[in-house]
Design a protein around this ligand. Sequence first.
Ligand code: FAD
Length: 216
Amino acid sequence: MTTDRSTVRRIPARGSNERSDVFAVLDAGFMAHVGFAIESQPFVIPTLYGRDGERLYIHGSAASRMLRTLEGGVPACLAVTHVDGIVLARSAFNHSMNYRSAIVFGQARKLASDEEKTRALRTISEHLLPGRWNDVRAPNAQELKATTVLEIVIEEASAKVRSGPPEDDPEDHGLEHWAGVLPLRFTQETAIPDPQLHNGIPKPGYLERRIRGTSG
Ligand SMILES: Cc1cc2nc3c(=O)[nH]c(=O)nc-3n(C[C@H](O)[C@H](O)[C@H](O)COP(=O)(O)OP(=O)(O)OC[C@H]3O[C@@H](n4cnc5c(N)ncnc54)[C@H](O)[C@@H]3O)c2cc1C
C-alpha cells in the first residue's frame, strides 16, 4: 500500500515504493533510526533490526522508553541509510550524496510468548551476523523476561537511491573546478579475540567468511 506519506515528491525519479527496492536497502543494513512522537515531541533513536518478509523486529531492555512507547501502538517511522559517496559538482549548489535509503511506516506489536520472542531475536541476530545464533548460548527465561521484542508489520515504505556523477548545469561544465565522486564504503576490520578467550577456540567459519566478504 502506498499513501501520501510514503510517496516520494522531491526528485521522484530516485524514489520507489516497490517492496523489492525497499527490501534491498533494508537487507543491506542492520541499523535503523526509529522515529516516534511523545506528546508532539519527536524522538529519533538508532537501533538494530532484523527482517522476516513484511515484518521488522527490534528489541532491547524492557526499561527502554523507545520500546515502551512503541509497544503502545503509536505510529512509528524507521529510516535506514547507506552512504555511498560524496558528489562533488562544479557549483556549490549541485553538490550531492550518493546513497540508498529506505523509510518504513508501521505500528509495533509486543511479542508475548518466549517462543515468538526467541524466533524474532534469532532473526535480528542472523540479520546482523548469519551463523552466530546457533553458535552461542540461547537466552534463558530470565533474560527473555528482561528483553522486550517488538514486531513492526510494514504498512507502507519507500526507497530512494542516488548514484552516478554530479549533475552540473550545462553552463558550468566549462568551469575549472574538479568534479566527480568520492566513493565511501562501510568496512570491517579483522576480528579481535576477547583477552579471556580460552586457548584453542578457533575463529568460527561464518566470522572468517564475513571478514573475507564472502558468503556461504
Ligand atoms: C545521506 C543522505 C544525505 C542527504 N542530504 C540531503 C540534504 O543535505 N538536503 C536535502 O534536502 N536532502 C538530502 N537528502 C535527501 C533527503 O533524504 C530527502 O529525500 C529530501 O530532503 C526530500 O525531503 P522531503 O521531506 O521534501 O521528501 P518528500 O519527497 O516530500 O517525502 C515524502 C516521502 O517520500 C519518502 N522519502 C523521502 N526521502 C526519502 C529518502 N531519502 N529515502 C527513502 N524515502 C524517502 C518518504 O516516504 C517520505 O515520507 C539526503 C539523503 C541521504 C540519504
